[in-house]
Write a protein that binds this ligand. Structure first.
Ligand SMILES: Cc1cc2nc3c(=O)[nH]c(=O)nc-3n(C[C@H](O)[C@H](O)[C@H](O)COP(=O)(O)OP(=O)(O)OC[C@H]3O[C@@H](n4cnc5c(N)ncnc54)[C@H](O)[C@@H]3O)c2cc1C
Length: 398
């Protein structure tokens, strides 16, 4: 049942009061780099006591995953209540208490395709930040053409035996479990022989090798499987029917990438640039060229946010189009790259400072380099444009 306006007003008031009382001041400051993000998991090192407290308090209310059912650790909130919660968090500058591939990608897929036992087992641990997940999709010979994947899982009585290699597995070396695409029918057409399985990264035969990037970090790994035994119960959905789950999960990944790329930055670009280059006596940014580029960006960003909202509303009334996640992913990635260019431009030579750990300038250069991957991860921009051309615009293709 939809909440009435009065219900929502009461909810808004209660939410604001609770957030004011429970969100530690340190958790109301902007996230400056990936290091400030709370990923959860068995081995996660909290940056501060405030970060641990904030995650725990939000998890106790189910508000790390406010829309998920209470039975699986969620908040059981309606879509309207989730909107209110997000708006109130934004208004107070609250950081996200927990970010994870479990929340963004695996959770929605398990809610739709998982067995009851899998939901109870995995969703609650995701919601509480106990288990960190990584995504085992890409392989050296299967990126855009993902269905060509060659990692094999042979079916034995009570388990699979997995052999093969994944690549670009983000945070594989820091994750506890992996959701993984494997080939289980070796004679079938490529899309129909794939299964979707889950397993513990601590299983015997799993190893990872970090890949060092231009930004100086190693956010992802090569991941190797050597006779890894995976219980049959860890198969999600039907055997050889994993492609449907894989595609469903990808639409969530793409929406997530498109929708949240710059949402971590609480301070607006305009405010940051005005601080960096100075303002005239009317409060206008001194560099008028930069001012006009930023104004254009802010307008496009606002339009994109409205589009995100409209897309969400359409999905709620059953008029969503999964292909639209490609349009959002494409444009969200472009906007985030522009945003990073503008931040570096505004900061001038300070924006290229590399070693600074005390200021956001150190983080800016790295974040600018990191943003280059936005148009590759989750499916490249070219591939998203192909999907938009064929499935949304109905243009002919091969
Ligand atoms: C930051 C980052 C994080 C990632 N994290 C993960 C992860 O956690 N797990 C995971 O499994 N993968 C991950 N990936 C991998 C990512 O999904 C792949 O890199 C992506 O799908 C592209 O595959 P590829 O690298 O093999 O490039 P290719 O598929 O080889 O593409 C090479 C080039 O050819 C173009 N191209 C390919 N096919 C077409 C076509 N049909 N039409 C037009 N152009 C085409 C592409 O656009 C690209 O420019 C990550 C990547 C990045 C950058």
């Amino acid at each position: 049942m939809e909440a009435t306006t009065t219900d929502l007003d009461t909810f808004r008031q209660q939410t604001r009061t609770w957030l004011e009382a429970n969100c530690p001041p340190e958790m109301r400051r902007p996230v400056l780099s990936e290091d400030d993000i709370c990923w959860g998991g068995r081995h996660f090192q909290f940056q501060s006591e405030a970060q641990r407290t904030w995650m725990r308090r939000m998890a106790e209310r189910g508000w790390t995953v406010p829309a998920w059912p209470r039975a699986y650790g969620g908040g059981g909130l309606s879509k309207d209540e989730v909107k209110v919660l997000k708006a109130e968090m934004r208004a107070l500058g609250c950081r996200s208490p927990l970010d994870s591939f479990g929340i963004w990608m695996l959770g929605p897929a398990l809610l739709k395709f998982g067995s009851e036992a899998q939901k109870v087992e995995h969703l609650t641990k995701i919601a509480r930040g106990e288990i960190r997940w990584c995504q085992g999709y890409s392989e050296p010979g299967a990126g855009s053409d993902l269905a060509s994947l060659q990692t094999r899982a042979e079916v034995h009585d009570e388990h699979f035996v997995v052999n093969g290699q994944k690549i670009w597995t983000s945070y594989a070396d820091k994750s506890d479990w992996i959701f993984c695409l494997v080939r289980t029918d070796f004679g079938a057409k490529k899309h129909t022989g794939i299964s979707f399985i889950l397993f513990d990264m601590a299983s015997q035969g799993v190893s990872t090798r970090p890949i060092l990037l231009i930004s100086g970090k190693s956010p992802f790994c090569e991941t190797f499987f050597d006779d890894v035994k995976v219980p049959r119960a860890n198969l999600v959905g039907e055997l050889n029917a994993g492609w449907t789950i894989a595609k469903y999960l990808l639409t969530h990944e793409r929406e997530m990438i498109g929708g949240m790329l710059d949402s971590r930055a609480v301070k607006t670009l305009g405010a940051f640039a005005a601080d960096a280059v100075g303002v005239d006596d009317k409060g206008r940014m001194l560099d008028c060229g930069l001012r006009s580029r930023i104004a254009k960006f802010e307008i496009d960003d606002l339009a994109f946010r409205s589009l995100l909202e409209r897309t969400g509303d359409r999905a709620r009334v059953g008029q969503g189009d999964p292909a639209f996640s490609s349009a959002l992913k494409y444009y969200g990635a472009e906007l985030n790259k522009r945003r990073n260019e503008l931040l570096v431009s505004a900061a001038g030579s300070d924006g290229l400072e590399w070693e600074s750990t005390r200021s956001r300038e150190g983080a800016l250069a790295r974040s600018w380099l990191r943003s280059k991957g936005n148009s590759i991860e989750g499916g490249t921009s070219e591939v998203q444009l192909n999907i938009v051309a064929k499935r949304i615009l109905g243009l002919p293709g091969n």
